[in-house]
Ligand binder design. Sequence first.
Ligand code: PGD
Length: 764
Amino acid sequence: MSDTVPTHLAHWGAFSPIVRDGADGVDGHADVTAVRPSTSDTAPSPLLGNLVGSLRHPLRIDRPYVRAGWLERGRGPDRRRGEDAFVSMSWDDVLDVLADELRGVYDTAGPDAVFGGSYGWSSAGRFHHAQSQVHRFLNTLGGYVRSVNTYSVGTSEVLLPHILGGGVEVLGALTSWQVLAEHTELMVCVGGLPAKNTAVAPGGVSRHRVSEHLRSMADRGVEFVIVGPDRADIPEELSARWLPVRPGTDTAFLLALAYVLVTERRYDAAFVRTHCTGFDRVVPYLTGKADGIAKNPAWAAALCGIDVAAITELARAMSTRRTMLTVTYALQRAEFGEQPVWAAVLVATLLGQIGLPGGGFGHGYGSMADNGLPAQTWSLPTLPQGTNPVTTAIPVARIADMLLNPGREYDYDGRRHRYPDIELIYWCGGNPFHHHQQLTKLREAWRRVNTIVVHEPYWTATARHADIVLPATVTLERDDIGASRADAVLTAMRRCADPYAEAWDDYAIFAELAARLGVAEAYTEDRTAEQWLRHLYEDWRQRTGNPDLPDFGAFWAAGSVTLPEPQPSVLFADFRRDPMAHPLRTPSGRIELYSATIASFDYEDCPGHPAWLAPAEWHGSPRAEWFPLVLLANNPATRLHSQLDFGPYSQASKVAGREPIRMHPADAASRGIVDGDLVRVYNDRGACLAGAVLDDDLLPGVVQLSTGAWFTPVPGTDPVLCTAGSVNVLTRDTGSSRLSQGCSGSRVLVEVARWSGPVPPAPS
Ligand code: PGD
């Protein structure tokens, strides 16, 4: 195999692992000793370093386990879940036990009592994709309660169809970076363009290209402005101008831009007339005619901390130059998260550049490696998931509410829904005890169901809170096909190590369970995993209609296949050219600055046009009297979410053995904290330990603690104390609004103090 063909793919890139095999490996087994990034990747992700030692790490789950309490007392709610011991079991026995349990639940309570939403990024690879496997399996049994939308961008997924006529379609079709590099003059980045996020894409990319495009934009003299509380959220080499808005006040800032454009008559009246609706409803709100409060720069300055001149000048500059206005995903991962996105659409519409090359509105540049790369026109090889006859679904981030409140009604996107009564949870490829907010509430909710089954390679907090834990293989232990939406390469992901101890592929586990439950043929279609890879590839090859693509044998032998690069594109170009011939899929066919549909829902937390709504977690909230620091709870730079937190690259970032918390030197000094101190970060929901890092890239009053440190509560602590620094012990579990019910975990009020108590051991 040539060095230039990487043999594997992770969500953070293509690589070839160096695997030490045999006798000199740990326990006589193989492990990864080094990782060679793809030679064609000019900006490989340092996250690859976390793979070293990951195959035989002591946190791998070696064999099937059943929680002692579940074995002794049988199925049922149990407060010991998460603190109980586990008993190991043979595969034969555990599969018999689990098959009986599934049969019982499906026979007595039915599929409406099984939650198979199973959210999570799992691993790259089209066949061994854990969620596809669990969904297909549960569908063969009669279905399951599913979840809709994502933790990443769940608020916008619901909002955007109302105002732009599409959710993921819009997000996946951003104007290409190549076009920005040629045409954009000013890029205003609300929330920045964080380099850490552009390392990662679902399914992985063979080449990381965002930094190349940004470099060519900078070389051409494009001016970048970052609007946000953390200057580090944009690469330093772009020399961006920093407008340090206070966290959670972006909507006020954006409304003031709109105010200037309208009152100084700098908006594109012709575009507004032909391409949008609702201008007449928004203007009275902006000018204050509707509510007595003009949303002018002085009003915004008092909220967001940016002075009047800077707001006014930026609005003027945007109206005279080809301007791309982008909002990061993190901004909508918050209470009232619809508002900054909708307000940015308002500003971009007023500028009249939507559909022009290099101008208009973007959402998620800098949020993932493939956002802004043109997507392939055909869908990727995908394991069919069958049909789910169960119609009940919850917005993904409402899981704890669902488990705590069976039968209770809730609002979502204009309808009343009712939470189902869940008896059994089946989770593969996700880590809710990392990704969900207010983890003590989730723990409470999790303890109420009868049975929880988790497949995991590692002893994550989710595995530790399960009843039946089945050890899964990792991608390096199996063959697969690697591909992602905006990448021109399909990779033959090659197995390069034996499964650890008694770990099985998710597919093998489900195939054995399906046999016990009499649905083997429906699940496997009589194919081995290898036959599935061949089948999925050939099915995909046929769908592309491209006669030049090699057959499976040739693809596998070559190690990859390169597809034609899709053409760069401009979001909404056709709509701009002719809105009658190419209307948006909104009720009016146009951009909806005012949505009569949303207004008709009568939600006080998401009115019919973008509006400033003061959230609970910001510096102006009454809670700030007790918890005066606004914590940014965003995605980490040293790992993907919680994956491989034990890896060398992630561990090297730890301070005092814990997740680092960045804070402004002035905030540290006023609390007697110095660089490297062990600190307690707390509010009334919980506390965690973290290691202080002083950093004046942050606005004073703002601290930053990444998600993904593994939830490690000190037993018996109330409110809970997590020794590792899991930020989701602090965040609030509430929907972003009644409209979208999205994840609202990106911001929370806290206090920080030097830890003066006995030091609990750092997690190992
Ligand atoms: P991961 O750590 O990627 O987090 O949440 P998500 O649950 O996706 O978890 C994936 C798990 O899958 C890992 O434990 C991994 O070991 C396991 N896994 C990997 N491969 C396999 C496999 O082949 N089989 C099986 N069975 N398991 C496998 C991420 C979520 O967190 C996301 S997407 C976002 S954007 C959110 N962001 C925030 C945020 O900004 N702020 C807060 N406060 N909270 C967030 N949570 C969300």
